[in-house]
Design a protein around this ligand. Structure first.
Ligand code: SF4
Length: 388
């Protein structure tokens, strides 16, 4: 495959995500699907199985899901369920779903009712980051470990968990290295290519994902970089985007998505797991506190001071401004899928915050269909014209 090896392989896996895990399954590996970014995938790796992220399909009409999920809930989750009901996730040996949001919690139970798989686990996740919540989450992760041990019939030792943490942390470092290649004036890799690479590694065992990332990074480092200095540099924030279509639209009208804060982008990869004496403590801290998703309530620490709205916004959203500064962005696209309450509730605060720090933003609310994206083109073009 020569010089195109990494990117080309990522493209192939993006187009046919299950192909590699089906080969592994034929060799006796067990494949565990996981929904959203809260199932602790290190535990699946430590148990010797392959974590495989569940995505929907914005191009596929939803024809089966009406039987069990109404139209006024997350269209991404409806799509995942629809695909499950069409038996396209039947190759999975099991699934792990978590209490990411209320609908995801419901989906875990609905899935178990409608789809017969050998293994299913629901990981409850507290919604606050207080000490008691962290301790509780550590114990809930331990319940997940015990359930995997029962399923596989083999113990999962601390050493196995630490090895898995190290492998996933290595993956996180490589993803950060890839994003660093988008910091220059001429980003060396586009948003479209980035999302393909990330979706590919979420469809592979961690070691294979790391090899793929190393190939991609070597290949991308050898590039000259983009050819258009005039392109606007954008940050994309929001709920799940598991398809290249929105990135294609944005990049087609003269912008580069150089950084993001979405749950297929930096959000699942930027925070590492700290190695603690009890590895479950490090995992609990990372998943509950360090992952920045609006599903977790984070109180601002005002100490003795009176509460102040702008300080609250700074404490909740300052990390996004840091990303915007580090990647030198011109503007921000705020994306919340239709009916995604947890992202939608943050929009007014985010708008106020970015206005206060002088960064222009636009809010879009597509409904997880390819057709919903076309009308956004004109709005995004108009937004780009407002950027200095
Ligand atoms: S997009 Fe929103 S509603 Fe849908 S799964 Fe994610 S957090 Fe939940």
């Amino acid at each position: 495959m020569g010089a195109q090896k990494g990117i080309q392989r990522a493209n192939e896996i993006y187009r046919d995500r299950s192909r590699r895990v089906l080969e592994l399954k034929a060799d006796g590996k067990e494949i565990i699907g996981y929904l959203c970014i809260y199932p602790v995938i290190e535990m699946i790796t430590a148990a010797g199985m392959v974590p495989y992220r569940l995505f929907g399909d914005i191009r596929e009409p939803k024809t089966k899901v009406e039987a069990c999920l109404p139209t006024v809930v997350c269209p991404y989750l409806r799509s995942v369920m629809d695909i499950g009901l069409k038996e396209r996730y039947n190759f999975l040996d099991g699934v792990v779903m978590a209490h990411s949001c209320e609908v995801a919690e419901k989906l875990a139970h609905i899935w178990k009712t409608y789809i017969d798989q050998k293994y299913a686990f629901f990981l409850d996740v507290p919604h606050t980051i207080h000490d008691a919540a962290r301790e509780q989450f550590r114990d809930l992760i331990n319940d997940f470990k015990l359930s995997l041990e029962k399923y596989t019939g083999s113990p999962i030792t601390d050493e196995m968990i630490v090895d898995a943490i190290n492998a996933h942390n290595q993956q996180r470092s490589l993803v950060k290295e890839l994003y660093d290649l988008k910091k220059s004036d001429k980003p060396k890799i586009s948003g479209v290519e980035t999302v393909k690479v990330l979706m590919a590694i979420m469809s592979l065992p961690v070691e294979e994902g790391n090899e793929l990332l190393e190939e991609v990074i070597t290949e991308v480092k050898g590039r000259e970089g983009g050819d258009n200095d005039d392109k606007k540099r954008l940050l994309l924030w929001g709920s799940i985007i598991d398809d290249t279509a929105l990135f294609e639209l944005i990049e087609d009208v003269g912008a580069d998505v150089v950084i993001d804060d979405t749950c297929v982008g930096t959000r699942p990869f930027f925070p590492d797991v700290e190695l603690t004496d009890d590895p479950l403590v490090g995992l609990a801290n990372r998943y509950l506190v360090d992952i920045k998703c609006p599903r977790t309530f984070k109180e601002a620490n005002f100490g003795e001071k009176k509460k102040d709205y702008m300080e609250d916004l700074e404490s909740r959203f300052g990390y996004i401004k840091q990303l915007a500064d580090d990647w030198n962005v011109d503007g921000i696209i705020l994306h919340s899928l239709r009916y995604c309450d947890i992202h939608g509730y943050d929009i007014p605060g985010l708008k106020d915050y970015f206005e206060s720090v002088g960064i222009r933003s636009i809010y879009i609310e597509p409904d997880y269909t390819e057709a919903a994206l076309a009308p956004l083109r004109t709005r995004i073009e108009a937004f780009l014209e407002t950027l200095d």
